[in-house]
Design a binder for this molecule. Structure first.
Ligand code: BES
Ligand code: ZN
Length: 916
């Protein structure tokens, strides 16, 4: 079940749902792809300079950028949240360097009331008060002084106040009920990308780095955490005044405050760094796994980067309400509970891997992001792609048996899926307004970015790559950097120019399909062309055909001449001579290249006949994934793809199976209802033998990956295959696991729950609702919550939808639930009608990114009628989801519906032919 949105193995993950890569789980935020469409005639490479306004002219050119003649160097913040009233009061003193005489100081502030602003040259010196004008549209505050302020060093003092909102951004309120049903409140922050300005007036751009000295005034007996260690705690009336040490010089988006009833784990010392986890009371037993990977990854990064951890302590804090998965505030990383707290013995492999991934990712950011920060949001990939890449390295080093890089194929496939759209964007992309910055947190920044880094690392060699990274971090520590700075450091280490190789991957959208043809004379021709699912329009086709510098590694099976050939494909086409003994060959050996491969008929036949056994898991993944993508793109016959899956029935890699299962659920979305039994029979033929062989219970010496594979196979057999004996068995085992938890492998439980939801009635629905409310772990809670989207009866799915608006489901989860109902073929009409009917209410209740998350679900509305209705709805309401998000969802939907229109009539025949 792990791959259904309802029950996905990774928290807050969702499937693209329209294509294999697609069906793979990736964090939903990343699907919120987008950004402004590049100018029509834009040629590559896009100039970095143009996207990052020069400082002196920025005020005139770009109203979203602050003028640079006033620069903050230090903030002395004092904040007093009132948890009961959900408000906060604050004062701050900001040390400024003023470079030229000025009447005005412009800084960021939004949804704050500013009571007072004054400037003075030092304590006890005469103050000059300012007139304060708020500019809500630009999220700025303009202070005007008369007379003019001469250049020099100044202190700016401000007092301000605001509300602790329930939108999970800025300074916000998270609530939870203790086991006795008593409600408690936590005040917490989420500032990235541009929401520090909601908590205190500030220069809220990543390259205005400053030192922060924070004081929190809080009720006695509550925990107060911030970025650095506590200097002092003093009683003041019924309050405690908590002073924190100075931070390093850092960006505003990394500042954090958390105040509330939290309990910490016992600290682990990593060198001089004290490392602790925090959560609401009663969750200590779920901390050990997170603490282990936090310690291991911190050690790993200190050694890889060759630089000590830059903070003075490290707190990892689980919050009951959290917008994304986790946030890398220096020294005070915040998480949603599923991403940090897990029962080491009862979590599934996927759930444990998720915690390891997120913790390692955020720790990686302490250097990549916090110590060295991108200059502006157009370069977000320098933060996020790197943290994603480093997360893989650290988890792989910690648990090599998890084969993390094999599973990274799933992430790469997700990037391929979005980057194969005409509405994709380059990794680095212009950003102006805050919503453009938000739109950058997508699969292209993270998964494509990490993929191209992996490709480069493998090309220049891991040790050379690491040396380049070390140089980059040392050179820019406590400062900011751009992509070109990274190329300089990597180029130094590699002794070769990097921009030629890499700029195409970063500044140009899309990726190549490399076709390989072998001629009788032993000449292998490699040709590159851009891969898209839909054909190019006439105007696109007329434009310049893009090309890339593609590092192609080919492995030949040719008797004594066997081995690897490395080719840098620069032109549209190139020729490689291969030995006449060549029996088969694989293009993209190791699978690290960010390109798809299409083999000519004879090469493909040789690869399948004998060659397949010689492929690594990642290579088999790519063969199948590319075959499926080219099928969806109309370049490979569907009947051939279905026959091809028959070659993989003895496959035992969970990720390769995931490609297959996901392609079957894609077909399930487009098949006519009356033909569905044919698909079910086909699925049973493909999956049945593997399930019989692997069995329902693990062998004593079985590894985690096989346990996870069993769960994937069984879940798909019970749902997609509608296999009655699997359904009976699932019911039996589920009952057994309820009676005696440890008698069933935890990895199997998600599959059992998903099958029972699929076959479930009202009584089962009640039972699962109760389990959701009384779950013992965040993972269990999430599992039953998403199970509520996987039933088939409309009346039950309607109850689930209602819970997203009546407070029963947290707003951090609600958009995903609505989206998951739309992704359920039995719920898609209902789900869509619910969206249309409640759009305005959801817009008010859900967090800022909520509607965008939810709209990812429209890609499941795979009928021509629904597509038509979706288009009408969005255009008549003039809905803009930010960047190119909506365009991308609509293009994905177009692809699925096109496929349905061209293939669904013939599909039952193909299915029968393929299993016979
Ligand atoms: N910096 C992000 C958090 C974030 C996401 C801030 C979106 C603003 C908008 C953090 O480092 C991150 O990437 N979190 C991921 C989890 C991670 C393991 C990929 C997330 O929240 O999905
Ligand atoms: Zn990140």
């Amino acid at each position: 079940m792990s791959r259904s949105p309802a029950t996905g193995r990774r928290p807050i993950l969702k499937m693209l749902g329209w294509l294999t890569g697609a069906l793979v789980a990736i964090p939903l935020d990343r699907l919120l792809v987008s950004a402004i469409r590049p100018a029509a005639a834009q040629t590559f490479p896009i100039q970095l300079k143009g996207t990052h306004m020069t400082h002196d002219s920025s005020a005139e050119v770009d109203p979203y950028r602050l003028p640079r003649h006033v620069v903050p160097t230090r903030y002395e913040l004092r904040l007093e949240p009132d948890l009961a009233k959900a408000t906060f009061q604050g004062t701050e003193r900001i040390a400024l360097q003023i470079a030229q005489p000025t009447h005005t100081i412009v800084l960021n502030a939004v949804d704050l009331t500013i009571a007072q602003a004054a400037i003075h040259e030092g304590l006890g010196r005469q103050e000059q008060t300012a007139t304060v004008d708020l500019e809500p549209d630009l999220q700025r505050c303009r202070l005007t002084f008369d007379p003019i302020i001469p250049p020099g060093e100044w202190w700016l003092s401000l007092s301000f106040g605001g509300i602790l909102n329930d939108k999970l951004r800025g300074f916000y309120r998270s609530t939870y009920k203790d086991p006795r049903g008593v409600s408690h409140t936590i005040a917490a922050t989420q500032f990235e990308a541009t929401d520090a300005r909601r908590a205190f007036p500030c220069w809220d751009e990543p390259d205005f780095k400053a030192v922060f000295s924070t004081t929190l005034v809080v009720d006695r007996n509550v925990t107060a955490l911030s970025n650095s260690s506590v200097l002092s705690k003093t009683a003041q009336g019924d309050k405690t005044v908590v002073r924190f040490a100075d931070t390093m010089k850092m960006s505003t988006y990394l500042v954090a405050f958390v105040v509330g009833p939290l309990e910490g784990s016992a600290p682990t010392l990593i060198g001089a760094t004290s490392l602790r986890l925090w959560a609401v009371p009663g969750k200590q037993s779920l901390m050990s796994f997170g603490q282990d990977i936090a310690a291991a990854s911190l050690r790993f990064f200190e050694s890889y980067y060759g630089i000590p951890y830059p903070g003075d302590k490290l707190d990892l804090i689980a919050l009951p309400d959290f917008a994304s998965g986790a946030m890398e505030n220096l020294g005070a990383i915040t998480f949603r509970e599923t991403a940090l707290l897990v029962d080491q013995h009862r979590g599934t492999h996927g759930e444990l891997e998720r915690v390891a991934d997120v913790v390692a990712h955020e720790n990686a950011h302490m250097w990549f992001g916090d110590l060295v920060t991108m200059s502006w949001w157009n370069g977000l990939w320098l933060n996020e792609a790197f943290a994603t890449f480093m997360e893989m390295l650290a988890v792989d080093a910690w648990k090599p048996e998890w084969k993390r890089w094999d599973t990274f194929s799933v992430s790469r496939a997700a990037a391929f899926a979005v980057d194969g759209l005409h509405s994709t964007r380059p990794i680095e992309f212009p950003v102006r307004a805050p919503k453009d910055a938000e739109a950058m947190f997508d699969v292209l920044t993270y998964e494509k970015g990490a993929s191209v880094l992996r490709m480069l690392e493998q090309y220049i060699g891991p040790a050379v790559f690491r040396d380049g990274v070390r140089d980059y971090l040392k050179t820019h520590a406590y400062g900011n950097a751009d992509t070109k700075d990274l190329w300089i450091s990597l180029g130094k280490a590699a002794s070769q120019p990097v921009p030629e190789l890499m700029d195409g991957w970063i500044f140009q959208e899309g990726y190549p399909l490399v076709s390989a043809e072998l001629a009788d004379n032993g000449e292998l021709t490699l040709t590159q062309q851009r891969f898209t699912y839909l054909p190019s329009s006439a105007s696109q086709a007329k434009g310049l055909q893009p090309s890339w510098h593609v590092p192609v590694q080919i492995r030949l099976r040719a008797g004594a001449m066997s081995g690897t050939r490395r080719v840098l494909l620069v032109d549209r086409s190139t020729r490689v001579t291969v030995p006449s003994e060549t029996e088969s060959l694989v293009v993209n050996e190791g699978g690290h290249g960010f390109f798809r491969v299409r083999y000519g008929p004879s090469l493909f036949a040789r690869l399948l006949d004998g060659g397949l056994n010689h492929l690594a898991a990642i290579e088999r993944f790519n063969v199948l994934n590319d075959a499926w993508a080219t099928t969806v793109a109309g370049l490979f016959p569907l009947s051939d793809y279905l026959a091809l899956t028959g070659r993989f029935t003895s496959e035992r890699d969970k990720n390769v199976w995931a490609v297959m299962i996901d392609s079957f659920s894609f077909l399930n979305r487009i098949i006519e209802t009356s033909d569905r039994p044919a698909l079910e029979t086909f699925v049973r033929h493909r999956l049945g033998p593997a399930v019989s062989e692997i069995g329902w219970t693990p062998h004593a010496d079985e590894n985690d990956l096989t346990r996870q594979l069993r769960s994937e196979l069984v879940g798909a057999l019970g749902r997609l295959g509608n296999d009655s004996s699997a359904q009976t068995k699932a019911e039996e085992l589920y009952g057994q696991s309820r009676r005696e938890a440890d008698s069933v492998d935890p990895n199997l439980v998600p599959a059992l729950v998903s099958i029972l939801a699929f076959t479930g009635d009202a009584a089962r629905y009640e039972e699962f609702t109760e389990r959701f409310k009384t779950a013992a772990t965040p993972q269990e809670e999430r599992r039953y919550l998403f199970a509520l989207t996987a039933f088939r009866h409309p009346s039950l799915l309607e109850q689930t939808l209602a819970k997203t608006l009546n407070g029963e489901i947290r707003v951090q989860d609600a958009p995903f639930i609505v989206s998951a109902v739309m992704g359920n073929v039995y719920g898609r009409h209902l789900g869509w009608n619910f969206v249309k009917a409640n759009w305005d209410l959801m817009d008010r209740q859900f967090p800022k990114q909520g509607l965008r998350r939810l709209c990812g679900g429209i890609t499941g509305l795979a009928t021509p009628e629904l597509e038509e209705d979706v288009r009408t709805f969005f255009s008549s309401r003039h809905i803009d989801l930010g960047g190119r998000t909506l365009e991308q969802y609509l293009e994905q939907l177009r692809i699925v519906v096109t496929f349905r229109q061209t293939q669904s009539a013939a599909l039952p025949g193909y299915l029968q032919a393929a299993w016979k």
